[in-house]
Design a protein around this ligand. Structure first.
Ligand code: T46
Length: 135
């Protein structure tokens, strides 16, 4: 399964590090929404859905977490543990996030405003969506 990883430019000096993300340059879409997940309790698994349209970039800006990604044909486990690395999540990918470190902060840049109608929360419906060529 092809995973699109981004390694963002780090601007470091003797004060520390800085990463800047610009839409349509570092991020391959216009960013309509930013959200972040933190204080995740031990053993928690979140996500369990795909999207009809939404594209996202996920960056674990602090700590670490793992992603279980599923395109309906193959699955992949991805470790996010670097504040300068991003994973591109296409709409038609079933995602679950797990193994959050206690200090994990998962930052998400999203191509659309929040819309519950865009979620596919039923795994069978997700398989039907991808088998019907859902893009
Ligand atoms: C995704 C993964 C990576 C809002 O009100 N606005 C928002 O923009 C979002 C993302 C969520 N919410 C509300 C809806 C729920 O009441 O926040 C609550 C938690 O959301 P959810 O259960 O969808 O969170 P996750 O961690 O399962 O999934 C989230 C995103 O929803 C999803 O798009 O791809 O992170």
């Amino acid at each position: 399964m092809e995973i699109k990883r981004y390694s963002f430019q780090q601007h470091g000096d003797d004060r520390g590090m800085l990463v800047a993300l610009e839409e349509l340059k570092d991020i391959p879409f216009s960013v309509r929404r930013i959200y972040y997940i933190y204080d995740t309790l031990a053993g928690v698994r979140r996500g369990f859905h795909a999207h009809k349209n939404l594209k996202q970039i996920l960056v674990c800006v602090k700590g670490s977490c793992k992603l279980h990604l599923d395109n309906g044909f193959e699955t992949e486990e991805v470790l996010l543990d670097k504040p300068y690395e991003g994973i591109y999540l296409d709409n038609n990918i079933w995602r679950e996030m797990y193994d959050f470190s206690e200090d994990a902060v998962l930052l998400v840049l999203a191509s659309e405003y929040y819309d519950e109608a865009d979620y596919i929360r039923d795994y069978q419906k997700f398989l039907e969506f991808v088998n019907a060529g859902g893009k």
